[in-house]
Design a protein around this ligand. Structure first.
Ligand code: APR
Length: 311
């Protein structure tokens, strides 16, 4: 089996970290694409990472480019093209600007990378992946949005901090849209096999849920000039890795729902199984009345943004 080709669209903060992780995990050879104005940026990052590969002896290589022909035939495409938030902005405020960029990118992905497993990271996440799917016409198995892995990582991180334990031993899940009303599931979360709800008081749990929901904004306020990039990159790589390695991981991701959770025709975060077939299955969890109501609220927000998407 030959090496995989990973096309990274957008060579900014997340794009650069994606390239680094692809090389460090030997996921495949990387093409880091950006617009002509950013040619130096992507060529510089590629050169820098290839020199890092020489330090540690990694086999994968990175090519920086502004030519879609170099991206052609990628097995996996990860899209981070788009502007990030600035303090005070919501993800929805990015819709107009990032939709224009998505129209350009999705059209090129359709032309140059048929058959690719495409992961979108650009915000507003659930609306951008919806547009990506509509424009490419790719099967629902091969178009997915990265948000749930990141939101769940934030949830696990805060639980682990509160309990002073390793985040590895926290099992948890965040459902719904990648917005302030996402749904961190408390009742089913466990730590080392024990229910989380028995380990922390309600006010502490509520604070963790609230911080998870505002996890992206917390980083935007700290960075001032942009949004989070290390954890978002790692999260998208976890999904790409599951596809490339056919590992059948169950990961929360924005997938096209076809009736699951009472939702049809929209992308929203749900646990999915990722393997060589892409999004091979969307898992439907049994939710209680409170969780169902929260998911409905989150879906209403997603739908409002998607309704504003004009293609
Ligand atoms: N094609 C390819 N790349 C583009 C295009 C385009 N049409 N338009 C813009 N870009 C590039 C920019 O030149 C920039 O290098 O996308 C890159 C975005 O990088 P950053 O500004 O550093 O943003 P980043 O932090 O990586 O976030 C990217 O992911 O999490 C989301 O909200 C975030 O929407 C934002 C996206």
């Amino acid at each position: 089996m030959g090496k995989k080709k990973i096309g990274l669209i957008g060579g900014g903060q997340i794009g650069g970290n994606l390239a680094l992780l692809c090389v460090q995990k030997d996921l495949g050879d990387v093409v880091l694409y950006d617009i002509p104005a950013a040619e130096g940026l992507v060529k510089g990052k590629a050169l820098d990472i290839n020199q890092l590969a020489a330090v540690d002896g990694y086999a994968a290589r990175v090519k920086g480019t502004t030519d879609w022909k170099d991206v052609a035939g990628s097995d996996v495409v990860i899209i981070t093209a788009g502007v990030p938030r600035k303090p005070g902005m919501s993800r929805e405020d990015l819709l107009e600007t990032n939709l224009k960029i998505m129209k350009d990118v999705a059209g090129n992905v359709k032309t140059h990378c048929p058959g690719a497993f495409v992961i979108n990271v650009a915000n507003p996440l659930d609306a951008m992946v919806y547009a990506l799917h509509k424009i490419t016409g790719f099967p629902r198995t091969h178009v997915v949005g990265m948000a749930g892995v990141l939101d769940t990582a934030r949830f696990k991180c805060f639980v682990a901090e509160a309990l002073r334990c390793s985040p590895r031993d926290v099992q948890a899940l965040v459902l719904g849209g990648h917005g302030d009303d996402m749904v961190p599931l408390l009742k089913s979360a466990t730590v080392g096999g024990a229910p989380l709800t028995g380990l922390l008081a309600k006010d502490k749990l509520d604070a963790i849920v609230d911080r998870t929901r505002k996890g992206g904004a917390e980083l935007v306020e700290l960075y001032k000039t942009g949004s989070a990039y290390f954890a978002p990159a790692a999260s998208a790589i976890a999904m790409a890795e599951a596809y490339v390695q056919d590992s059948k991981r169950i990961l929360p991701a924005a997938a096209l729902l076809e009736g699951q959770y009472g939702i049809r025709g929209f992308f929203i975060g749900a646990p999915v199984r990722i393997g060589a077939g892409g999004v091979e299955e969307v898992l439907e969890l049994q939710l209680d009345a409170h969780e169902k109501a929260e998911l409905e609220k989150s879906f209403a927000s997603v739908k409002k943004t998607v309704d504003a998407v004009k293609l």
